[in-house]
Design a protein around this ligand. Structure first.
Ligand SMILES: C[S@@+](CC[C@H](N)C(=O)[O-])C[C@H]1O[C@@H](n2cnc3c(N)ncnc32)[C@H](O)[C@@H]1O
Length: 189
C-alpha cells in the first residue's frame, strides 16, 4: 500500500468554493485535485493499492483531512472537477477526529499533519533529498506540499522524516507523484 499526503495550505475547509473556480475560491484546490488524480489513476484503471490524503489547512475550519482510497473509491473520473465534486460533497459532513466515510471510498476527519504523522511514518518529497534512483529501498508513504513551501511549524513536525528527490528541478506536486509512481512501477513490474 502506497500513501501520498499533500498539504493544502490555503485549501478551503468547507463547501464554500466553486467547482468553476478551484484555484481562487478553493484556495488552490485544483492542485490537490490533480494530486488525487495522479496518485490514483492509471489509463482506464485505478491504482487500488494507493491512498491519497489531502490535508486542508485553509479557512474557515481547518485543519481537516480528506482520504481517497484507491481500493474503495467510486464515482471518480480523471478530471479535476470530478475529484473536486467529491471533496465538496464530503467536506461539510459532520465529523470528529476519526475518519468517517462520507462518499464511497472518500473519508473525512478533523485534524491535519500532526495527527497523520503520529499514526504512521512518512517521507518528505523534496528536490534536495536523496535521489530515489540511487536508493535500494523506498518507503511507502510520501508527503508533499502544494504550491507553497512547508511552513516553519510543518518543517518542525517533519524534521525527523527522511527526504527523497525525484530529480534536481522543482516540479509541480502532481508531476512529482507521477515520476515517483514511475520509479515504483519499474521496481515492481
Ligand atoms: C511546486 S513544489 C512546492 C513549492 C516550492 N517549494 C516553492 O518554491 O514555492 C510542490 C511539491 O512537490 C514536491 N517536489 C517538487 N519537486 C520535487 C523533486 N524534484 N523531488 C521531490 N519532490 C519534489 C515537494 O514536496 C514540493 O513541496
Amino acid at each position: 500500500m502506497i500513501s501520498f499526503a499533500i498539504v493544502g495550505h490555503l485549501a478551503r475547509t468547507d463547501g464554500g468554493f466553486s467547482i468553476n473556480d478551484l484555484p481562487g475560491s478553493g484556495g488552490r484546490m485544483d492542485v490537490l485535485c490533480r494530486c488525487v488524480n495522479t496518485s490514483l489513476f492509471l489509463s482506464h484503471d485505478l491504482r487500488r493499492d494507493v491512498d491519497c490524503y489531502l490535508i486542508l489547512c485553509g479557512p474557515p475550519a481547518g485543519p481537516k483531512t480528506v482520504k481517497f482510497s484507491g481500493e474503495l473509491v467510486r464515482s471518480l473520473s480523471p478530471d479535476e472537477r470530478s475529484a473536486a465534486a467529491l471533496i465538496k460533497k464530503v467536506i461539510d459532513t459532520p465529523c470528529g477526529t476519526e475518519f468517517r466515510e462520507a462518499a464511497q471510498g472518500v473519508f473525512i476527519r478533523k485534524g491535519g499533519l500532526e495527527r497523520l504523522l503520529s499514526e504512521r511514518r512518512f517521507a518528505v518529497l523534496d528536490e534536495k533529498g536523496a535521489d530515489v534512483r540511487a536508493c535500494a529501498d523506498l518507503p511507502d508513504g510520501f508527503i508533499l506540499s502544494d504550491h507553497l513551501n512547508f511552513t516553519a511549524q510543518e518543517e518542525d513536525l517533519l524534521h525527523n522524516c527522511p527526504r527523497y528527490s525525484v530529480g534536481p528541478r522543482c516540479l509541480h506536486a502532481d508531476h512529482t507523484i507521477t515520476v515517483l509512481h514511475n520509479e515504483l512501477d519499474r521496481r515492481k513490474c
